[in-house]
Design a binder for this molecule. Structure first.
Ligand code: GLY
Length: 318
Protein backbone atom coordinates (compact mmCIF):
# COMPACT_ATOMS: atom_id res chain seq x y z
CA UNK A 1 0.00 0.00 0.00
CA UNK A 2 1.17 3.49 -0.79
CA UNK A 3 -0.03 6.17 1.64
CA UNK A 4 1.07 9.67 2.56
CA UNK A 5 1.26 11.02 6.09
CA UNK A 6 -2.26 12.51 5.88
CA UNK A 7 -3.91 9.37 4.65
CA UNK A 8 -1.82 7.25 7.02
CA UNK A 9 -3.34 9.12 9.96
CA UNK A 10 -6.86 9.80 8.70
CA UNK A 11 -7.85 7.12 6.19
CA UNK A 12 -5.73 4.02 6.62
CA UNK A 13 -7.49 2.75 9.78
CA UNK A 14 -10.91 2.99 8.09
CA UNK A 15 -9.66 1.35 4.89
CA UNK A 16 -7.93 -1.53 6.67
CA UNK A 17 -10.94 -2.09 8.92
CA UNK A 18 -13.17 -2.34 5.85
CA UNK A 19 -10.87 -4.53 3.73
CA UNK A 20 -9.46 -7.17 6.06
CA UNK A 21 -6.78 -8.66 3.75
CA UNK A 22 -5.05 -5.28 3.87
CA UNK A 23 -4.08 -6.02 7.48
CA UNK A 24 -1.27 -8.11 6.03
CA UNK A 25 -0.17 -5.49 3.51
CA UNK A 26 3.22 -3.85 3.62
CA UNK A 27 2.92 -0.11 3.38
CA UNK A 28 5.19 2.66 2.21
CA UNK A 29 4.64 6.23 3.34
CA UNK A 30 5.47 8.88 0.75
CA UNK A 31 5.58 12.71 0.94
CA UNK A 32 2.29 14.60 0.74
CA UNK A 33 1.16 16.14 -2.55
CA UNK A 34 3.23 16.63 -5.70
CA UNK A 35 6.45 15.91 -3.74
CA UNK A 36 5.70 12.20 -3.95
CA UNK A 37 5.64 12.26 -7.75
CA UNK A 38 9.30 11.70 -8.55
CA UNK A 39 11.43 8.96 -10.06
CA UNK A 40 13.38 8.90 -6.77
CA UNK A 41 10.28 8.18 -4.68
CA UNK A 42 9.10 5.60 -7.24
CA UNK A 43 12.50 3.98 -6.96
CA UNK A 44 12.24 3.89 -3.15
CA UNK A 45 8.85 2.19 -3.42
CA UNK A 46 10.22 -0.37 -5.92
CA UNK A 47 13.11 -1.01 -3.53
CA UNK A 48 10.67 -1.59 -0.65
CA UNK A 49 8.68 -3.97 -2.87
CA UNK A 50 11.78 -5.97 -3.74
CA UNK A 51 12.77 -6.14 -0.06
CA UNK A 52 9.33 -7.35 1.00
CA UNK A 53 9.31 -10.05 -1.67
CA UNK A 54 6.66 -8.55 -3.93
CA UNK A 55 6.28 -10.50 -7.17
CA UNK A 56 4.22 -10.29 -10.34
CA UNK A 57 1.13 -11.45 -8.42
CA UNK A 58 1.41 -8.62 -5.93
CA UNK A 59 -1.04 -5.73 -5.92
CA UNK A 60 -0.20 -2.06 -5.46
CA UNK A 61 -2.89 -0.25 -3.48
CA UNK A 62 -2.97 3.54 -3.46
CA UNK A 63 -4.66 5.24 -0.52
CA UNK A 64 -4.50 8.95 -1.21
CA UNK A 65 -5.28 11.86 -3.44
CA UNK A 66 -4.45 12.33 -7.10
CA UNK A 67 -0.70 12.55 -6.50
CA UNK A 68 -0.52 9.27 -4.59
CA UNK A 69 -2.68 7.56 -7.25
CA UNK A 70 -0.41 8.95 -10.00
CA UNK A 71 2.68 7.62 -8.24
CA UNK A 72 1.09 4.26 -7.43
CA UNK A 73 0.04 3.78 -11.06
CA UNK A 74 3.55 4.61 -12.21
CA UNK A 75 5.03 2.15 -9.70
CA UNK A 76 2.53 -0.60 -10.60
CA UNK A 77 3.14 -0.12 -14.34
CA UNK A 78 6.88 -0.53 -13.90
CA UNK A 79 7.23 -3.26 -11.29
CA UNK A 80 7.77 -6.69 -12.87
CA UNK A 81 6.55 -5.09 -16.14
CA UNK A 82 3.18 -4.42 -14.60
CA UNK A 83 1.36 -5.63 -11.50
CA UNK A 84 -2.26 -5.12 -10.48
CA UNK A 85 -3.38 -1.77 -9.14
CA UNK A 86 -6.16 -0.74 -6.78
CA UNK A 87 -6.87 2.96 -6.27
CA UNK A 88 -8.63 4.06 -3.11
CA UNK A 89 -8.93 7.82 -3.68
CA UNK A 90 -9.27 9.97 -0.58
CA UNK A 91 -9.76 13.43 -2.10
CA UNK A 92 -12.77 14.67 -4.04
CA UNK A 93 -10.65 15.51 -7.08
CA UNK A 94 -9.22 11.98 -7.11
CA UNK A 95 -12.64 10.33 -6.62
CA UNK A 96 -14.18 12.36 -9.42
CA UNK A 97 -11.29 12.36 -11.84
CA UNK A 98 -7.65 11.57 -11.10
CA UNK A 99 -7.96 8.00 -9.78
CA UNK A 100 -10.01 6.88 -12.78
CA UNK A 101 -8.73 6.40 -16.29
CA UNK A 102 -5.19 5.12 -16.07
CA UNK A 103 -3.20 8.33 -16.50
CA UNK A 104 -0.13 8.01 -14.31
CA UNK A 105 2.98 10.17 -14.19
CA UNK A 106 5.83 11.60 -12.16
CA UNK A 107 7.36 15.07 -12.36
CA UNK A 108 10.89 15.60 -13.66
CA UNK A 109 13.26 18.58 -13.98
CA UNK A 110 10.62 20.99 -12.68
CA UNK A 111 8.13 19.86 -15.35
CA UNK A 112 4.78 18.41 -14.31
CA UNK A 113 3.97 14.91 -15.56
CA UNK A 114 6.48 14.49 -18.43
CA UNK A 115 7.06 10.78 -17.71
CA UNK A 116 4.28 8.29 -17.22
CA UNK A 117 2.22 5.42 -18.51
CA UNK A 118 -1.36 4.52 -19.14
CA UNK A 119 -2.01 1.99 -16.40
CA UNK A 120 -5.66 1.25 -15.72
CA UNK A 121 -6.47 0.40 -12.12
CA UNK A 122 -8.07 -3.02 -11.74
CA UNK A 123 -10.35 -1.57 -9.08
CA UNK A 124 -11.14 2.02 -8.15
CA UNK A 125 -12.86 2.03 -4.79
CA UNK A 126 -14.80 5.29 -4.41
CA UNK A 127 -15.86 5.66 -0.78
CA UNK A 128 -17.21 9.18 -0.10
CA UNK A 129 -17.01 8.73 3.70
CA UNK A 130 -13.22 9.05 3.34
CA UNK A 131 -13.77 12.74 2.61
CA UNK A 132 -14.70 13.42 6.24
CA UNK A 133 -11.14 14.45 7.10
CA UNK A 134 -10.46 16.39 3.89
CA UNK A 135 -9.76 20.13 4.43
CA UNK A 136 -12.55 22.46 3.23
CA UNK A 137 -10.27 24.07 0.62
CA UNK A 138 -9.68 20.65 -0.94
CA UNK A 139 -13.40 19.97 -1.08
CA UNK A 140 -13.96 23.32 -2.75
CA UNK A 141 -11.26 22.59 -5.30
CA UNK A 142 -12.60 19.10 -6.09
CA UNK A 143 -16.14 20.40 -6.43
CA UNK A 144 -15.26 22.16 -9.68
CA UNK A 145 -14.02 18.92 -11.26
CA UNK A 146 -17.37 17.36 -10.34
CA UNK A 147 -19.19 20.30 -11.97
CA UNK A 148 -16.89 20.01 -15.00
CA UNK A 149 -17.79 16.40 -15.69
CA UNK A 150 -21.48 17.19 -15.25
CA UNK A 151 -21.17 20.19 -17.61
CA UNK A 152 -19.79 18.12 -20.47
CA UNK A 153 -21.77 14.93 -19.97
CA UNK A 154 -24.89 15.21 -17.80
CA UNK A 155 -27.12 18.28 -18.18
CA UNK A 156 -29.48 17.28 -15.36
CA UNK A 157 -26.68 16.74 -12.89
CA UNK A 158 -25.11 20.02 -14.01
CA UNK A 159 -28.26 21.99 -13.33
CA UNK A 160 -28.79 20.26 -9.98
CA UNK A 161 -25.24 21.12 -8.95
CA UNK A 162 -25.21 24.75 -10.00
CA UNK A 163 -28.78 25.24 -8.83
CA UNK A 164 -27.76 24.05 -5.36
CA UNK A 165 -30.11 21.03 -5.31
CA UNK A 166 -27.15 18.65 -4.95
CA UNK A 167 -23.78 19.13 -3.27
CA UNK A 168 -20.77 18.14 -5.40
CA UNK A 169 -19.35 16.19 -2.46
CA UNK A 170 -22.53 14.16 -1.91
CA UNK A 171 -22.21 10.42 -2.48
CA UNK A 172 -24.80 10.71 -5.28
CA UNK A 173 -22.86 13.34 -7.22
CA UNK A 174 -19.51 11.62 -6.72
CA UNK A 175 -20.81 8.23 -7.82
CA UNK A 176 -22.46 9.79 -10.83
CA UNK A 177 -19.34 11.60 -12.09
CA UNK A 178 -17.09 8.63 -11.33
CA UNK A 179 -19.34 6.46 -13.50
CA UNK A 180 -19.43 9.10 -16.26
CA UNK A 181 -15.66 9.35 -16.23
CA UNK A 182 -15.33 5.57 -16.36
CA UNK A 183 -17.65 5.43 -19.40
CA UNK A 184 -15.73 8.18 -21.22
CA UNK A 185 -12.42 6.45 -20.52
CA UNK A 186 -13.84 3.16 -21.77
CA UNK A 187 -14.83 4.85 -25.03
CA UNK A 188 -11.43 6.49 -25.51
CA UNK A 189 -8.86 4.96 -23.14
CA UNK A 190 -5.79 6.54 -24.75
CA UNK A 191 -7.23 10.06 -24.92
CA UNK A 192 -7.42 10.39 -28.72
CA UNK A 193 -10.73 12.25 -29.07
CA UNK A 194 -13.88 12.03 -26.90
CA UNK A 195 -11.88 11.92 -23.67
CA UNK A 196 -10.65 15.44 -24.49
CA UNK A 197 -14.02 16.74 -23.27
CA UNK A 198 -12.73 16.18 -19.74
CA UNK A 199 -10.30 19.04 -20.40
CA UNK A 200 -13.17 21.51 -20.37
CA UNK A 201 -12.04 24.59 -18.42
CA UNK A 202 -8.45 23.38 -18.37
CA UNK A 203 -7.06 25.49 -21.26
CA UNK A 204 -7.50 28.62 -19.19
CA UNK A 205 -7.42 26.75 -15.88
CA UNK A 206 -3.88 25.44 -16.22
CA UNK A 207 -2.60 28.89 -17.20
CA UNK A 208 -4.49 30.52 -14.31
CA UNK A 209 -3.07 27.95 -11.89
CA UNK A 210 0.49 28.33 -13.21
CA UNK A 211 0.28 32.14 -13.27
CA UNK A 212 -1.00 32.25 -9.69
CA UNK A 213 2.34 30.78 -8.58
CA UNK A 214 4.15 33.88 -9.95
CA UNK A 215 1.85 36.06 -7.87
CA UNK A 216 2.86 34.13 -4.75
CA UNK A 217 -0.77 33.07 -4.01
CA UNK A 218 -0.99 29.61 -5.48
CA UNK A 219 -4.52 28.87 -6.61
CA UNK A 220 -5.74 25.30 -6.30
CA UNK A 221 -6.17 23.27 -9.48
CA UNK A 222 -9.92 22.95 -9.05
CA UNK A 223 -10.55 26.64 -8.39
CA UNK A 224 -8.45 27.56 -11.43
CA UNK A 225 -10.49 25.10 -13.51
CA UNK A 226 -13.69 26.62 -12.07
CA UNK A 227 -12.59 30.04 -13.37
CA UNK A 228 -11.38 28.47 -16.61
CA UNK A 229 -14.83 26.96 -17.15
CA UNK A 230 -16.45 30.39 -16.86
CA UNK A 231 -14.02 31.68 -19.50
CA UNK A 232 -14.70 28.69 -21.76
CA UNK A 233 -18.46 29.18 -21.31
CA UNK A 234 -18.19 32.85 -22.19
CA UNK A 235 -16.44 31.87 -25.43
CA UNK A 236 -19.07 29.17 -25.93
CA UNK A 237 -21.81 31.82 -25.83
CA UNK A 238 -19.92 33.93 -28.37
CA UNK A 239 -18.78 31.15 -30.72
CA UNK A 240 -21.19 28.23 -30.34
CA UNK A 241 -24.42 29.84 -29.20
CA UNK A 242 -24.43 28.43 -25.67
CA UNK A 243 -27.50 29.88 -23.93
CA UNK A 244 -26.65 33.01 -22.03
CA UNK A 245 -28.73 31.81 -19.04
CA UNK A 246 -26.45 28.79 -18.64
CA UNK A 247 -23.44 31.08 -18.53
CA UNK A 248 -25.13 33.47 -16.09
CA UNK A 249 -26.20 30.66 -13.75
CA UNK A 250 -22.71 29.22 -13.74
CA UNK A 251 -21.15 32.64 -13.05
CA UNK A 252 -23.55 33.09 -10.15
CA UNK A 253 -22.59 29.67 -8.76
CA UNK A 254 -18.91 30.50 -9.17
CA UNK A 255 -18.96 33.95 -7.59
CA UNK A 256 -20.81 32.61 -4.55
CA UNK A 257 -17.78 30.42 -3.94
CA UNK A 258 -14.70 32.24 -5.18
CA UNK A 259 -13.49 35.67 -6.13
CA UNK A 260 -13.15 36.01 -9.89
CA UNK A 261 -9.67 37.40 -10.70
CA UNK A 262 -9.38 40.65 -12.64
CA UNK A 263 -6.40 40.44 -14.98
CA UNK A 264 -4.53 43.40 -16.48
CA UNK A 265 -3.20 43.44 -20.04
CA UNK A 266 0.24 42.70 -18.62
CA UNK A 267 -1.12 39.65 -16.76
CA UNK A 268 -2.96 38.42 -19.85
CA UNK A 269 0.10 38.82 -22.07
CA UNK A 270 2.15 36.79 -19.60
CA UNK A 271 -0.52 34.10 -19.46
CA UNK A 272 -0.73 33.69 -23.22
CA UNK A 273 2.52 31.66 -23.57
CA UNK A 274 1.37 29.49 -20.65
CA UNK A 275 -1.77 28.63 -22.60
CA UNK A 276 0.22 27.94 -25.78
CA UNK A 277 2.74 25.83 -23.89
CA UNK A 278 0.06 23.76 -22.20
CA UNK A 279 -2.37 22.95 -24.95
CA UNK A 280 -2.13 21.52 -28.41
CA UNK A 281 -2.18 24.07 -31.18
CA UNK A 282 -3.14 24.06 -34.87
CA UNK A 283 -1.31 26.59 -37.01
CA UNK A 284 -0.46 28.63 -33.93
CA UNK A 285 -4.06 28.60 -32.67
CA UNK A 286 -4.96 27.02 -29.36
CA UNK A 287 -7.51 24.20 -29.52
CA UNK A 288 -9.95 24.19 -26.64
CA UNK A 289 -13.07 22.38 -25.47
CA UNK A 290 -16.21 24.53 -25.55
CA UNK A 291 -19.86 23.82 -24.83
CA UNK A 292 -22.77 24.02 -27.26
CA UNK A 293 -25.09 23.21 -24.40
CA UNK A 294 -24.68 21.35 -21.10
CA UNK A 295 -23.90 17.75 -21.98
CA UNK A 296 -22.75 18.67 -25.48
CA UNK A 297 -19.07 19.58 -25.50
CA UNK A 298 -17.18 20.38 -28.68
CA UNK A 299 -13.48 19.52 -28.83
CA UNK A 300 -10.72 21.20 -30.83
CA UNK A 301 -12.29 24.64 -31.18
CA UNK A 302 -9.53 26.92 -32.51
CA UNK A 303 -9.00 30.10 -30.48
CA UNK A 304 -6.94 33.02 -31.74
CA UNK A 305 -4.63 35.00 -29.48
CA UNK A 306 -7.05 37.91 -29.68
CA UNK A 307 -9.87 35.73 -28.40
CA UNK A 308 -7.67 34.41 -25.59
CA UNK A 309 -6.57 37.90 -24.55
CA UNK A 310 -10.08 39.29 -24.77
CA UNK A 311 -11.35 36.43 -22.59
CA UNK A 312 -8.68 36.90 -19.95
CA UNK A 313 -9.34 40.66 -19.82
CA UNK A 314 -13.12 40.67 -19.90
CA UNK A 315 -13.76 39.06 -16.54
CA UNK A 316 -17.31 37.76 -16.62
CA UNK A 317 -18.70 40.57 -18.79
CA UNK A 318 -20.13 39.47 -22.10
N1 GLY B 1 -8.29 14.34 -16.20
C1 GLY B 1 -8.64 14.16 -17.55
C2 GLY B 1 -8.47 12.76 -18.02
O1 GLY B 1 -8.27 11.86 -17.24
O2 GLY B 1 -8.50 12.52 -19.20
Amino acid sequence: MIVDSNTFDHCLPEVVAAVQPLEQAEFVEVPVGEDCKSVEIASQVWQAMIESGADRNSVVVAVGGGAVCDLAGFVAAGYERGVRLVNIPTSLIAMADAAIGGKTAVNLGGVKNPVGFFKMADIVCVEPSLLASLPKAELKSGAFEVVKTAAVADPELFSELIGGALEPFSAQAITCVAEIKQAIVKADPKDHDIRHILNFGHTFGHAIEAYSVHGGMRMSHGVAVGIGMAMAMRLSVLKLGLAREVYDSYCQYLTQRIEFPQYTLRDAEQMLPLIHHDKKCAGGQVLAVLLRKPGEAVIDVALSDNELLDTLLSGMAL
